[in-house]
Design a protein around this ligand. Sequence first.
Ligand code: FAD
Length: 241
Amino acid sequence: FDDDGEGVNVRFSDGREERFDVVVGADGVYSQTREAILPDAEKPQFTGQAVWRYNFPRPADLDALHVYNGPIGSGLVPMSEELMYMYVTTPEPDNPWYPTEGIAAVMRSKLARAAPQIRALAEQITSDEGVVYRPLEGMMLYGSWSKGRIALLGDAVHATTPHLGQGAGMAIEDALVLAEELTRADTPEAAFEAYRDRRFERCRYIVEKSLEICHGQIGKGPPVDNHKATAEMFAVVSQPI
Ligand SMILES: Cc1cc2nc3c(=O)[nH]c(=O)nc-3n(C[C@H](O)[C@H](O)[C@H](O)COP(=O)(O)OP(=O)(O)OC[C@H]3O[C@@H](n4cnc5c(N)ncnc54)[C@H](O)[C@@H]3O)c2cc1C
């Protein structure tokens, strides 16, 4: 894209060209838009922890998030009437690459000392393709979130680890505030500044607190009371934005 101060000319991967008043980069933690407009900005950092996920049929009585804390954490998350997923968080200081072949057995082995009900479920982790493994990375842009007529939102500016479960919520709030400020301000630049001012503190809090919980779990910092941190977080995010 090319921002000439009056608008942005955008060329798409299919060769199409169009001109827009503003461009919003909502392209996630590895945002190419961020790389293009703010090449010196902070980069995602690996935390030393990873998350494993696997889907299961959901028992009818599992109607809330179940969390099991420990050096290896796990949890059961209802997703629909029929489906839930299990997550498992593990310290992975060397950030290893796990090939797909055999990854179900590796996930099962991580649960060898889990609670009995989790171990019983773990026996059903048999499909390598069903395992979703992801090293956890975090990132916060402490400087500008925009340049000229191009702005960023969501994980592109504040990728949080999932310990407070607020990443998608923050991205959606960003979009609402950005839209609101664009309708109010005289220029896109003023709207982008007002948007960042309104969003910065809450997003910073979510990213930093989540990272604190993560570090506590893997011994990189003092342990954090997860239950208390979650209750505090709900008090913060229930405030008007
Ligand atoms: C294990 C885990 C659990 C989580 N749990 C929760 C939770 O419980 N609650 C919660 O609120 N959040 C949770 N999150 C965080 C949440 O998933 C993210 O914060 C959220 O998806 C960020 O939204 P986004 O739109 O900014 O980016 P994304 O969802 O990453 O979307 C970016 C999109 O841009 C596309 N894209 C990127 N580059 C290009 C390109 N060059 N061209 C075209 N398209 C491109 C991508 O394909 C993608 O579709 C969790 C995250 C993880 C890893």
